[in-house]
Write a protein that binds this ligand. Structure first.
Ligand SMILES: [Zn+2]
Length: 485
């Protein structure tokens, strides 16, 4: 029997800190990947490898599912991608709710960021510098290229190798042949760091950073902050990534030397949204909300905070979380008075209305904001949850299908679609959407099960039945591809 908690621990501890460390080069046979032009592993295969890793990760870790924070991360990520050396590659940015400072990149543009990274940073430029560094690892195909000594190997085996390299542990979900290959290659003992890759990612990342309008000095500044933070740890308390992969003084010096060669940018590149989402994360991850509320009160009293507006916003969220809705609303009203179009405030206000049982008031807020932000997924998903609560599944489904057309599928979108269709009595459709929810989160067996249930409910509806069986075939083929090794 596999101990899930242990796996989660291993995964969380083991995610390597790419921005701060040397790339792990695994000396093991992997498919021919050719040169950096990508002649042997096609971009499609690379994406499939990354997706396989992303799925495997989700089997061990629940990713952060706050649509507002996810939207923010995506937009920051894409602002950088647009200014990278591969602006047309698809990227997926996601957040791991974990307090350790970490970020990592898998092939195919899958970039994970720990919430601890946002909470430790003090400026948006700092987070951007880490993301830019990760984007460079992807565009330069460092991880794939680091698997040297070419030999034909299947995609599932490659995924197993990547997972082992990135997650720092042999993954129990991998096939037995892959486990043997990992053992034979001694992945664990032979993880080497290539300084050249790190330096290249720092270098290219800084270029992207500056082109995106951020401050080049943010990169060495953040390295320094991490180096200082690590001083407070002693012995075994030092996080694994800092113990084994220190932010070296020479790396900081290199980054600083490069940064000063860029023309100075205006120091106003930070967005308010960064500070707001940082406070939201803080409230979401708080173990003692009463204590946090007091911290906010102190910060407001002394004027000692990173961003006064964001502090008030966090204070309001914390008050709301402890059930002090009247006070929360009062704080929020002050913010709205000065900035009434800001969606984050409106969403927080609607949430308070729902909490105090004023569902129709909340629905009116959502509807009003749809006029200003018709494409916003966070707004749509929260509106849909409220509509479902109000037993209005038809309206909910319409909004969801529109979001789907915009081309930004997410776990929550599929889950809510399944709920809406279920409430509408469309059982076959409901199970089909649930299948998509499982599929996107990498649980392909469950996706196939749901499609079979959906097919049962579709009896007599030839069109729906044909759609389901073709999708089931696709899922089964992917399953076979992922498991063959
Ligand atoms: Zn790196």
């Amino acid at each position: 029997m596999v101990d899930m908690r242990k796996i989660i621990k291993i995964v969380l501890l083991g995610l390597i800190l790419w921005p701060l460390t040397m790339t792990r080069a695994v000396e093991i046979a992997l498919p021919e990947i050719g040169d950096s032009a990508g002649t042997l592993i096609s971009p499609q295969q690379e994406y499939q490898i990354g997706l396989g890793f992303y799925w495997r990760l989700q089997q061990s870790v629940d990713l952060l599912d706050d649509p507002e924070i996810n939207s923010y991360l995506q937009s920051l990520g894409y602002r950088l991608v647009a200014n990278s050396d591969a602006p047309h590659l698809p990227f997926t940015f996601f957040m791991v709710p974990d307090s350790s400072v970490n970020a990592f990149a898998a092939p195919g543009g899958f970039i994970g960021v720990n919430s601890g990274l946002l909470l430790t940073s003090q400026r948006e430029d700092e987070v951007a510098s880490v993301l830019a560094h990760e984007i460079a690892h992807v565009t330069q195909r460092h991880l794939l290229r680091s698997f040297e000594k070419s030999q034909q190997m299947s995609i599932p085996m490659t995924i197993a190798m990547i997972a082992a390299a990135l997650l720092g542990a042999a993954d129990p979900a991998m096939g037995s042949a892959a486990i043997m290959a990992v053992q034979a290659g001694g992945v664990q003992s032979q993880l080497n760091f290539t300084r050249a890759n790190e330096s290249e990612a720092d270098n290219l990342g800084m270029h992207t950073l500056v082109r995106s309008g951020f401050d080049a000095l943010a990169m060495p500044a953040f390295f320094e902050r991490l180096q200082q933070a690590s001083r407070f740890y002693t012995g075994n308390a030092v996080p694994e990534f800092l113990r084994t992969h220190p932010v070296t003084t020479s790396r900081i010096a290199d980054a600083r030397g490069r940064a000063v060669r860029y023309p100075l940018v205006r120091q106003v590149s930070d967005t308010l949204q960064f500070y707001l989402m940082r406070e939201k994360l803080k409230v979401m991850g708080a173990t003692n909300l009463t204590h946090l509320t007091q911290e906010y009160e102190n910060a407001i009293k002394t004027g000692n905070s990173l961003n006064k507006t964001a502090t008030l916003y966090g204070y309001s969220l914390a008050l709301s979380a402890v059930g002090n809705y009247a006070h929360a609303r009062q704080v929020l009203a002050e913010l709205i008075k000065n900035d009434d179009d800001r969606l984050s405030y409106q969403l927080a206000l609607a949430e308070i209305e729902i909490a105090v049982g004023q569902l129709s008031t909340a629905l009116a807020i959502y509807q009003e904001n749809q006029k200003l932000y018709p494409d916003d997924q966070a707004l749509s998903l929260e509106q849909v949850s409220a509509l479902l609560q109000a037993n209005l599944p038809n309206e909910a489904a319409q909004i969801l299908l529109r979001q789907l057309e915009l081309g930004a599928p997410s776990q929550q979108l599929y889950k809510l679609l399944a709920q809406a269709q279920g409430k509408m009595g469309k059982k076959s459709q409901s199970h089909s959407w649930l299948a998509e929810y499982y599929y996107i989160s990498g649980r392909l067996h469950l996706a196939a099960d749901q499609l079979r249930i959906a097919a049962d409910f579709a009896k007599g509806d030839e069109y729906q039945l044909a759609k389901i069986s073709s999708r089931l075939r696709e899922v089964e083929i992917t399953l076979a591809e992922m498991e063959e090794s």
